[in-house]
Write a protein that binds this ligand. Structure first.
Ligand code: ADE
Length: 418
């Protein structure tokens, strides 16, 4: 407990039950744990992590420890830490600096604490830890073999650093693995965002107009879940290809300036700032619900909303009523932060199983090869993706076909056509 700062150590028992539940639903990561516990593949590694403290993350942390690593951990969002899980980790003697409801200063204080043990590997979700090292603790960089990045927004930031020639150690973009972004971003964000909205509001979704801003992997998952709940789904996009995808997936597509007047629920998941701002709030219907599932809380311009409100009341957890001068009420969920993690528990364990298997194998690769890798952003190998997909399928009891030798020859023989 000595090297932790958490909300309440008394929550450890409840946290341990949650972590055990997650373990039972993360068979791929647990199989990798069993394998690398024997090999001690991360022996001597010090891993600083900055990623949502959830029951699934606890399974990853315990797996890293089983493989021989030392850990120091902070959350990557001021509202996403599950305090009971943080307590469970601290009770096991793991250094964890995280609690729900942090200020910006608290947030960076926690990151700085994790850096005190001079990591050899870093694990990020959003790139705040890496950017902190590159701005305030460059002295640590020579001792760091490499780092991983979990999310789309973080990968964008790191590619920008790499393009500017500023990256001080190699990064593996876990987000870009097929077994991550095609599942976690789509099915995880889809389900957990709806879960967060329902926990914060308890509304009926059927018959509502649900506006999704952004039709990348995450937006696609949310839009399809909202349709499954019998909403009329409207998609707002800036990219013509994504907009076309949405249109041909059967959704209405229109600019936010039009959608603002007809939406009952608005969810931003673009990775870009100022998606919903003053002129949109001015058009919204009485009772409109606004929330975000993108990494940062800049997609909804909250100062615009508060400047229009004559009164703000927290009417239930994660739900603030903004009473406008004209009598309309607009409801902002989770202060515009990730509604799926702040109001619910994040993505379900079954999908984090694959994301964190990718994290684990990527850290092992960096421990082995980081010294000889270039200071750039790497993508995950197709081989790792196929290994994880095969393991996941096997745990789901599903078998697939394999090509015969003749079929393989046919595939590689350009001479056989019509
Ligand atoms: N990101 C989204 N859901 C998550 C979860 N359950 N644990 C950790 N990070 C997440």
């Amino acid at each position: 407990m000595a090297n932790s700062k958490i909300a309440d150590p008394g929550l450890a028992g409840a946290g341990k039950l949650k972590v055990a539940w997650a373990e039972s639903r993360m068979p791929v990561l647990m199989a990798l744990r069993a394998e690398h516990e024997k090999a001690k593949s991360l022996k001597g590694m010090r891993v600083a992590g900055c990623l949502h403290v959830t029951k699934e993350t606890a399974v990853l942390v315990q797996t890293l420890i089983a493989a021989g690593a030392e850990i120091s951990w902070s959350g990557c969002n001021p509202l996403s830490t599950q305090d009971d899980v943080a307590a469970a980790l601290a009770a096991d003697g793991i250094s964890v600096y995280a609690w729900h409801g942090q200020s910006r200063d608290d947030f960076y204080w926690c990151i700085d604490k994790t850096l005190e043990f001079k990591p050899t590997l870093t694990l990020d979700d959003g790139a705040d830890l890496i950017v902190r090292i590159h701005s305030a603790r460059t002295d640590l960089a020579p001792g760091i073999l490499g780092g991983t990045e979990e999310t789309t927004t973080g990968v964008h930031r790191l590619r920008a650093m790499s393009d500017a020639g500023k990256l001080l150690y190699p990064i593996i973009a876990v987000n870009d693995a097929a077994t991550k972004s095609d599942f976690d971003n789509v099915h995880g964000t889809g389900q957990s965002s709806i879960d967060g909205i329902l926990r914060a509001t308890s509304i009926l979704l059927a018959g509502k107009t649900f506006v999704v801003a952004g039709y990348g992997h995450c937006g696609r998952g949310v839009a399809s879940r909202a349709r499954g709940m019998n909403c009329r789904v409207v998609v707002c996009e800036v990219d013509p290809i994504n907009a076309l995808r949405a249109a041909m997936d059967g959704f209405s597509v229109m600019p936010m300036d039009e959608a603002a007047a007809i939406g009952d629920v608005f969810l931003t998941v673009t990775g870009v700032k100022d998606i919903v701002c003053k002129r949109h709030f001015q058009k919204m219907k009485d009772g409109a619900i606004v929330c975000n599932a993108g990494h940062y809380d800049c997609e909804i311009r909250i100062p615009d909303l508060t400047s229009l409100a004559k009164k703000v009341t927290e009417i239930r957890p994660n739900n603030e009523e903004h009473l406008m001068a004209d009598g309309r009420r607009i409801y902002l969920l989770s202060k515009g932060r990730l509604v799926n993690l702040a109001a619910a528990e994040g993505h379900p364990s079954e999908v984090m199983d694959m994301s964190f298997a990718n994290q684990f194998l990527s850290l092992i690769r960096l421990a082995r090869e980081g010294r000889s890798m270039e200071k750039k952003v790497y993508t995950i190998s197709g081989e790792q993706d196929r290994t994880i997909a095969s393991l996941k399928l096997a745990t789901m009891g599903m078998r697939i076909d394999s090509l015969t030798g003749e079929q393989v020859r046919y595939q590689t023989d350009f001479s056989s056509g019509t």
